[in-house]
Write a protein that binds this ligand. Structure first.
Ligand code: AMP
Ligand code: GLY
Length: 426
């Protein structure tokens, strides 16, 4: 069968690597892909938001299945457009992708269906938002309603900061039209865990847990980024937490979407905060996490295509989803200066060291193939993932593998997965 993957990051490379292992797949295309994906798939120069071109390409090549990895095309309705053209596609339709596309929608959904989350109010009026802040407790969290490249969340410690934040979201449009509405919510304290799941409209099967490190610098300091590394499983995701989430969050979310006439098929990513009052939902995403996918998918035992097909066909209840009883750590190699400003175009050396090394992966995010070789082409350049018998071994292996790669400007955090040691001490 022929599979088309839509996207161009480390997540799509991890998806492509899993798809490539499937016995059912003969040909993989990726739009637009990147230099690493190009080693296992045919990359086509079509942007993820060029829906007409994607549909035309899938028809021309008689693609059997399109997997959409990114949030923007899902929220924009690419699945609907593919289906309307008679093509088979994996991901939520537009009316379900709103679970990620509108934070105000997802908060109202959780409130209506009693799914635990931070207390909040939605605003589409600047003056009313300011008035609300006068009575609020600090710190407080401001969120632009729409998609904002993962950057639309401001945590404000004082009234002044919060007023400035509301102004920059609603008036100055720091996040563009994503800030036409906003959510103001209670600040929660706790440990964050990411749980990805497959959903077929009725049944939900969760994958192994993961945790990402969003801040640029060691010790969770510095600016928020798209993610500087991940580890899986999270030692904080205990059986007790899992039981609670199964009872109050996972199936409840799928049932709520169905009850709203927004049947969800695809991936739901639950961003959870483990608070002292129990787990609460921080956010939903309607796709695999990046870089979570880079530690979760390598540990999955099932054939990804079989699971994806079961989601589309509504037969996920018949799938026995299984993960290896080990651990994985992903360290992102970035360009110095990310996420603010950085240079690119530097030659990357050492990529070949990963070839045929069982349990080691180098997923490309911002890279480009040139005549001179593969060069850096973004803030996050590569995700180096390694497995190990446990998290400590996986972390040692991942950091060892980061040394195989060199490029000018290479920057990484040195403490990815360090929380694991804390967990052991407690
Ligand atoms: P989100 O895009 O909603 O996941 O928010 C990005 C990050 O902001 C989260 O991963 C948390 O670290 C933080 N955050 C979001 N909402 C809250 C909250 N209510 N309380 C504390 N931190 C939050
Ligand atoms: N790693 C967080 C995300 O994919 O949104």
């Amino acid at each position: 069968m022929k599979v088309l993957i839509v996207g161009s990051g480390g997540r799509e490379h991890a998806i492509a690597a899993s798809v490539a292992k499937s016995k059912e797949v003969d040909q993989i295309y990726c739009a637009p892909g990147n230099a690493g994906i190009g080693q296992i798939a045919e990359c086509v120069p079509i942007g993820a938001m060029e829906f007409d071109k994607i549909v035309a390409f899938a028809k021309e090549k008689a693609v059997d299945l399109t997997i959409v990895g990114m949030d923007d095309p899902l929220v924009g309705g690419l699945i609907d457009q593919l289906e309307a053209a008679g093509l088979r596609a994996f991901g939520p339709r537009k009316n379900a992708a709103i679970l990620e596309g509108s934070k105000a929608f997802s908060k109202d959904l959780m409130k209506k269906y009693h799914i635990p989350t931070a207390a909040y109010e939605n605003f589409d009026n600047y003056e009313e938002a300011l008035a609300y802040l006068e009575k609020a407790q600090f710190p407080i969290v401001l969120k632009a309603d729409g998609l904002a490249l993962g950057k639309g969340v401001l945590i404000c410690n004082t009234l002044e900061e919060a007023k400035d934040g509301v102004k920059s979201i609603m008036l100055d449009k720091q996040f563009g039209s994503a800030g036409n509405r906003m959510v103001i919510e209670e600040f929660m304290v706790g440990r964050e865990v990411s749980v990805l799941s497959f959903v077929d409209g009725k049944t939900i099967k969760t994958m192994t847990s993961a945790q990402d490190h969003k801040r640029a610098k060691d010790g969770d300091q510095g600016l928020n980024t798209g993610g500087m590394g991940t580890f899986s499983p999270s030692p904080f995701y205990t059986k007790e937490v899992d039981d609670f989430c199964k009872e109050h969050i996972y199936q409840a979310t799928v049932d709520a979407m169905a009850a709203e006439g927004r049947e969800f098929k695809g991936i739901i990513f639950f961003g959870l905060m483990l608070t002292d009052k129990g787990p609460k939902v921080l956010e939903y995403n309607a796709r695999f996490g990046d870089p979570e996918a880079q530690v979760v998918l390598p540990r999955m035992k099932n054939d990804l295509i079989e699971v994806v097909n079961a989601c589309i066909d509504g037969t996920l209840d018949q799938v026995d989803l299984q993960f290896e009883d080990n651990a994985a750590v992903c360290v992102v190699l970035a360009s110095e200066g990310y996420p603010v400003s950085y240079e690119k175009g530097f030659l990357i050396e050492g990529l070949d060291a990963f070839q045929d090394k069982e349990g080691y992966y180098v997923f490309h995010a911002g890279t480009k193939q040139t005549e001179a070789g593969i060069v850096t082409n973004g803030g996050r350049v590569l995700g180096v993932t390694a497995k190990g018998a446990d998290l400590k071994e996986a972390r040692d292996n991942a950091y060892k593998a980061t040394e195989w790669i060199s490029f000018e400007n290479k920057y990484m955090r040195s403490d990815i997965g360090k929380a694991i040691d804390e967990a052991k001490e407690n």
